[in-house]
Design a protein around this ligand. Structure first.
Ligand code: PLP
Length: 495
């Protein structure tokens, strides 16, 4: 089957390349291959399977629709199944948002809901431009791709997304996030910045594909304030972060912001395709048929999704994701102590990542920079703090003297905090070694050097321990299997 697949399927196939398995059965976190091998699944359909594979409440919901004789395809007509889904979804939304919310059912993929959101705000504002972030991922259709980090679209203004480890300003922490916010503010207020008034800002509360980068809550609040003050709708893309994944039902709840538009997909369909855009009713000025599509009424997905949303809510799985995620983050940090090739460990809830770096290759020395003194850079080394992982960075406004002109102060050189270069080959080797040990992990990040863990929210303590054990073994094996080539680059033993 694998041979036939590679002979017949597109060169653009993705997961199938790194994960040459043939799943035939699955339950919870476990997948069984055609060869009888069992795997713990930390990919979860790219973050779709909040309850793991074939959860009983999901199967029951699907069966009851099938047994009821209800139509399976109804375009966007009203049905009891859709009504129940919408009721359950609105019940989970932050009340301040739900009170004035409208929902549009979209084509079945997250990317289609992103397209709908962009069309919605462009229609409502009469403006074209978009503010989006470095490292963003919003999907594969034209508009969503434009908003994603790899694009070069003139309508999109690219803004710095805050990150500690590879902070574009070299300082990380609250100061790095503050500089990113000021950059945004300045671009919008400078009449000669070349940035036209935008139709919206689109952001992910945690960048997933970008390499598991949680936005600081305070920075998100800054983005909300900046956009609100300038009449710019804020779109939160919660396709991957939604339904408890980050330790809150919706990731925007961590910061308390209320976006104007929420883009939702993946977990809301309970493992079946479903995507919606939910937005403030002030924006609801697009005409009938503005975002149509044949497949916007998937009854099975709505039933499976409603059952999933209700199960996550009733069983407080978001809280569970927060506690277990914090424990796993601590475990990953202590794992990093034994594996210096782990440059950074980060995450929020059960959205976790390890960035692998090439220790042999240092970044070239930076030129001496004379800038105002900034607070000391954070230390990035692994921590074994028994109190658990640090809290999400709290935003603090910098000291007042920092508002003065830097060049009028005694200049200081910024310490070079630049991390080692990413190690994509090593990350791929870790993924292979994980698979050999019965663990499915995903790679992500700008250079595919971040090993990502997206376990279902139903993962047990024992399974979490098994994941960490297998990952530790895989790291040891991958490090060993790498040898140095003559040009000093890391190269895998296996082609
Ligand atoms: N937005 C985010 C944040 C995503 O992570 C993804 C997919 O990973 C998408 C949008 C696109 O969703 P889909 O692959 O269903 O089109």
């Amino acid at each position: 089957m694998l041979r036939r697949q590679s002979a017949r399927e597109s060169a653009a196939r993705t997961y199938a390349r790194a994960l040459p398995i043939v799943p035939v059965r699955a339950r919870g976190m476990t997948i069984e291959g055609a060869d009888g091998q069992r795997y713990l699944d930390c990919l979860s359909g790219a973050g779709t399977l909040a309850l793991g594979h074939n959860h009983p409440v999901v199967l029951e919901a699907i069966r009851s629709v099938l047994d009821s004789g209800a139509p399976l395809h109804v375009l966007d007509l009203a049905t009891p199944v859709k009504d129940a889904f919408t009721t359950e979804l609105f019940r989970t939304l932050p009340p301040a948002f739900a009170d004035r919310a409208r929902i549009q059912f979209c084509g079945p993929a997250g990317t289609d809901a992103v397209e709908a959101a962009l069309k919605l705000v462009r229609t409502a504002t009469g403006r074209e431009g978009l503010l989006a972030f470095t490292g963003a991922y919003h999907g594969m259709t034209a508009g969503a791709l434009e908003a994603s980090g790899g694009a070069r679209d003139v309508r999109v203004t690219r803004l710095p997304y805050p990150q500690d480890y590879r902070c574009p300003f070299g300082i990380g922490g609250p100061d790095g996030a503050e500089l990113a916010a000021r950059w945004t503010e300045n671009l919008l207020d400078d009449s000669k910045s070349g940035v036209p008034d935008p139709a919206a800002m689109i952001l992910e509360p945690v960048q997933g594909e970008g390499g598991v980068l949680p936005a600081p809550d305070a920075w998100l609040r800054r983005m909300r304030d900046i956009t609100a003050a300038r009449g710019i709708p804020l779109i939160a893309d919660e396709v991957q972060t939604g339904v408890g994944r980050t330790g809150a039902f919706w990731a925007v709840e961590h910061s308390g912001i209320v976006p104007d538009v929420l883009v939702l997909s993946k977990a809301i369909g309970g493992s079946l395709p479903l995507a919606v855009v939910v937005y403030h009713d002030d924006l609801d000025v697009w005409p009938p048929g503005a975002h149509a599509g044949t497949f916007r009424g998937n009854q099975l997905a709505m039933a499976a999704g409603a059952a999933t949303l209700a199960y996550v809510r009733e069983n407080r799985l978001a809280e569970r994701a927060a506690t277990l995620g914090a424990r796993m983050l601590t475990g990953l940090r202590s794992l990093a102590v034994d594996h210096p090739c782990v440059g950074d460990v980060r995450g929020r809830g059960l959205m976790l990542g390890l960035e692998l770096v090439d220790l042999e290759r240092a970044q070239p020395a930076p030129p001496t920079r004379h800038l105002d003194s900034l607070t000391p850079p954070p230390t990035y080394g692994p921590t074994t703090d028994p109190a658990g992982p640090p809290k999400a960075p709290q935003y603090q406004h910098p000291h007042p003297h920092r508002h003065n002109h830097p060049q009028r102060h005694q200049p200081h050189s910024l310490p070079d905090t630049r991390p080692h270069p990413p190690a994509p080959e090593l990350a791929a080797a870790v993924q292979r070694e994980c698979l050999r040990r019965g663990l499915i992990v995903e790679l992500g990040g700008r250079h595919s050097s971040v090993v990502r863990l997206l376990p279902p929210l139903t993962i047990t303590d024992e399974q979490a321990t098994a994941v960490l054990d297998r990952l530790a073994d895989a790291l040891t094996a991958a490090e060993r299997s790498h040898r140095r080539t003559t040009d000093g680059r890391l190269a895998p033993d296996h082609p």
